[in-house]
Design a binder for this molecule. Structure first.
Ligand code: GLN
Length: 546
């Protein structure tokens, strides 16, 4: 049976609980244990699928089509595992289940209450994956900050599990902040003490305290935290700010976070951590040989979390190519025909991001045109691919006002159209074409060169698709649909053989990129950008020489 590690957070949000959980998971996995990670979120949305990226960052989609919190992306990228619907549970989902049971009469006339009915359902879900027998360790990250009203039922569920399960089956790791006060030139432990006190008042005492800090804690501060928070000194873990999130597992290894947790859980059968691949990746990431500049064209660019998986995929692909990938965020709303060359000057590649709705659309289309005409490496994801289709329709095929019916329901040329099965759907949550679907790749195409095979599966999240009524015209004019879903004929990949690197995909390759297995599309896109950059530099040198 699985053992459970709960990760809670105190003092403030944004301390990086997800990264700490993923790093601890990585270390335990590297020691030969079978590990999975799940996240319990206190908000009432049934899942984050209906949340605006400004509210909650990117919505991460799993193989089985669950719309989940972006931390699941970190878990997958760090551990190279697939998570599922069961790995992300919200208050909304818990209540939905309990209320459905109540309506079905399952509570036999009893008053339905937070304790025990809601907490029972939380506990059931906390142990769901653990009970499959597939894992030695289930790490559970609790969203929110200790002290929030909405977190209380989750903390209470942890308290009950700690009481119900054998003592060495549950460990609680609490992440806090130890701020450095410049004026006093001192690290302050009081917020941590308060946070642990608040957690303890709810009946849960942390076994380990991980302290985010800008300065080394030193033995004295560790001793003080241990004493006042009632944990062993070796259970006070320093989590210094790192230059990259991918360094955190090694920092945690140095602090022996994994060893202490295994000691608490009475796990004695483990190996020396195998982290060779990870360290190799980190070396390449930290010591790049050159640099490429990629323009990310989107409408949520103020908020980096909105494109989390894309940004991480660039990091993986950059390390593979031994280049630093510098991202220039370009707000699509401010691109127009007059300023496009100025806005996109100096780029070695262009990525047009996924998205929804009308805002910033024309800017994206103008950016695609620029990349197509200037032979600049282009990569379009989901909405980005759809924009490439519209641009080609308008400017190459001369289909005036060609559009997607998402933005213009009355366009004379609906080159992107709503999928047939989507037309009857009225509800918004969880109803898009979601999760992994197969795609057949045509030989002798760029897509084939990238993937090296004819059959792939990738993850999706969309309602609209390429309108196949236009396919023959597009192909006659030089755009190739190099990847399709065999069953439905849905166009998954488009490319322009006349261009050095121009590819658009209906799916989201960024959702499957991990440290150990970077997404091939990103790797090849960065390789194309590197080539473009080198050609540019050698041209510049030859001009200087002249
Ligand atoms: N809005 C588009 C659609 O629903 C694209 C979605 C996306 O980029 N994820 O098809």
């Amino acid at each position: 049976m699985a053992k459970y590690i709960f990760v809670t957070g105190g003092v403030t949000s944004s301390l990086g609980k997800g990264i700490i959980a993923a790093s601890l998971g990585k270390l335990l996995q590297a020691r030969g244990l079978r590990v999975t990670i799940q996240k319990f979120d206190p908000y009432i949305n049934v899942d984050p699928g209906t949340l605006n990226p400004y509210e909650h960052g990117e919505c991460f989609v799993t193989e089985d089509g669950a719309e989940t919190d972006l931390d699941l992306g970190h878990y997958e990228r760090f551990l190279s595992i697939h998570t599922s619907q069961a790995n992300n549970v919200t208050t909304g989902r818990i209540y939905q289940t309990v209320i459905n049971k109540e309506r079905a009469g399952d509570f036999l006339g009893k008053t339905v209450q937070v304790v025990p009915h809601i907490t029972d359902e939380i506990k059931r879900r906390m142990q769901l994956i653990g009970k499959t027998g597939a894992f030695d360790i289930v790490l559970t990250e609790l969203g929110g900050t200790v002290g929030d009203i909405e977190s209380l039922p989750f903390i209470e569920a942890v308290r009950q599990l700690q009481w119900e399960l054998p003592e060495d089956d549950v460990t609680v790791v609490h992440l806090t902040l130890v701020p450095y006060l410049k004026a006093a030139k001192e690290l302050k432990t009081k917020p941590t003490q308060h946070s642990v006190k608040m957690l303890s008042e709810t009946g849960v005492h942390p076994d380990v305290i991980v302290c985010r800090t800008e300065e080394p804690l030193g033995i004295e501060i560790k001793r003080k935290i241990a004493l006042f928070c009632n944990v062993k000194q070796e259970a006070v873990i320093e989590a210094m700010d790192a230059s990259t999130i991918y360094e955190v597992p090694l920092l945690m290894l140095r602090e022996k976070l994994d060893l202490y947790c295994m000691k608490k859980l009475n796990i004695t059968n483990f190996e020396e951590p195998k982290l060779d691949k990870w360290k190799l990746f980190l070396d390449k990431l930290k010591y790049p040989k050159s640099k490429v500049t990629i323009g990310l064209i989107g409408k949520y660019i103020e908020l980096q979390d909105a494109y989390k998986s894309i940004l991480e995929s660039f990091i993986h692909a950059g390390a593979m190519n031994e280049v630093k990938v510098e991202i220039v965020n370009v707000h699509s709303e401010y691109i127009n025909h007059e300023n496009v060359s100025e806005k996109l000057e100096g780029l070695d590649g262009l990525l047009v991001a996924p998205g929804f709705g009308l805002r910033g659309i024309e800017g994206k289309i103008i950016a695609v045109k620029y990349a197509r005409e200037k032979a600049l490496p282009f990569f379009g994801i989901c909405l980005g691919m759809q924009m490439a289709v519209i641009e080609f329709g308008r400017n190459v095929l001369g289909l005036k006002d060609a559009h997607s019916t998402e933005m213009n329901a009355n366009t004379p040329h609906p080159v992107i159209n709503m999928m047939e099965e989507q037309k009857k759907i009225k509800m918004m949550g969880g109803t898009m074409r979601l999760g992994a679907y197969p795609c057949d790749i045509q030989s002798n195409t760029l897509a084939y060169e990238i993937y090296g095979c004819n059959k792939i599966t990738e993850r999706h999240r969309h309602r609209f698709e390429f309108n196949n009524e236009y396919l023959a015209d597009f192909e006659n004019a030089g755009m190739v649909a190099s990847g399709k879903n065999e069953e439905t004929g849905l166009v998954e990949i488009i490319e322009l053989p006349s261009h050095p690197f121009f590819i658009g995909v209906q799916y989201h390759p960024e959702l499957k990129s991990t440290v150990e297995k970077p997404a091939p599309l990103f790797v090849h896109f960065i390789a194309a950008a590197k080539k473009y950059n080198e050609a540019k530099s050698s041209l510049a040198t030859s001009v200087i020489k002249k």
